[in-house]
Design a protein. Structure first.
Length: 308
């Protein structure tokens, strides 16, 4: 490769530049650069950085839009930390509003940063309020899911007597004609109004204002990863989508885990990095089982091609 992008250190070929003589496919001309706060928290020796690295899983969980439910199996002995699980992993999303006084996950983003931080700290006493507030402010600036939740909240305030729901789309190509009336649509979600709005088809994620319980998210939904790992996936990059039929789940995570010359949030995330790998492994095995369940006309002839 003949060129090096000075902003993000991406390599490119000379013929890949645009009409202005620039190569912008890597970071969209500095729009997708690593926030300095994350790099500082992951590399410096300050008190805040040490606290963040020690409680990184708690910070991610507190600020995530969806939860990851799993039974953790502690490692025996006193050796290095090792993230181990037992049983199945569940990814769940909650209604927009909490039916009690302890909102969590996406429900927190309808509050301002300071109030949301106070509510986060009630469940995460080992974390530092200053770090939690900085991360919250960062996500409100760069994460598109925040805009979706806030937009739904504003529409409900303007139309309190109307049934409203939000669909986070599986492939970004939601057919809005399936719903009674779409009031707003972003790149990743649509907010609809109606008394009889149909439930989302396939693996779309539907969020309603209130509800008695959390709803499961399909691990095959491309929004599952960025909703759970919103700190590791700093700009809410898409997870692996079912529309990419030539890219397996394993190949997608191999791409995500590859070592590159620039700074990697994932590889510096310690305990959270281990948790991400385990979640990716379970998703990969689950996608293989999903294939078997949906191609069982002649099970004796089925085989799974494993990457070497």
């Amino acid at each position: 490769m003949t060129g090096l992008r000075s902003f993000c250190l991406a390599h490119f070929w000379e013929k890949e530049v645009n009409s202005s003589g620039k190569y912008t496919r890597c970071c969209c001309d500095k729009n997708f650069l690593l926030p300095e706060i994350l790099k500082d928290l992951l590399t410096s020796d300050s008190l805040e950085s040490k606290n963040y690295q020690k409680h990184i899983r708690e910070y991610n969980s507190a600020l995530a839009f969806a939860s990851m439910g799993v039974q953790i199996k502690p490692s025996p002995g006193t050796g290095p930390y090792c993230y181990r699980i037992h049983g199945q992993i569940y990814h769940m999303v909650s209604p927009l509003y909490s039916d009690h006084n302890k909102p969590g996950y996406g429900q927190l983003y309808v509050f301002d940063t300071s109030e949301a931080t106070e509510k986060c700290m009630e469940r995460n006493e080992g974390c530092l309020p200053s770090v939690m507030e900085r991360l919250d402010s960062m996500l409100r600036t760069i994460n598109p899911f925040v805009e979706c939740y806030l937009k739904m909240h504003r529409i409900i305030e303007e139309n309190p007597a109307t049934n409203i729901g939000m669909v986070i789309m599986e492939n970004g190509d939601l057919d809005l004609h399936r719903y009674n009336q779409s009031t707003s649509k972003t790149e990743i979600a649509a907010i609809f109004v109606g008394d009889n709005g149909e439930p989302p088809a396939n693996r779309d994620i539907c969020i309603y204002p209130v509800g008695n319980s959390c709803k499961n998210i399909s691990p095959l939904n491309q929004c599952c990863d960025p909703m759970v790992w919103n700190i590791n996936m700093k700009h809410s990059e898409e997870g692996r989508s079912s529309k990419y039929t030539r890219v397996t789940q394993l190949q997608f995570y191999a791409y995500r885990l590859a070592v590159r010359s620039d700074f990697s949030i994932l590889h510096h995330s310690g305990k959270l990095f281990q948790q991400y790998i385990v979640d990716g492994y379970v998703k990969t095995e689950g996608s293989r089982l999903y294939y078997l369940r949906n191609n069982k006309k002649n099970p004796s002839e089925l085989s799974i091609t494993r990457d070497s």
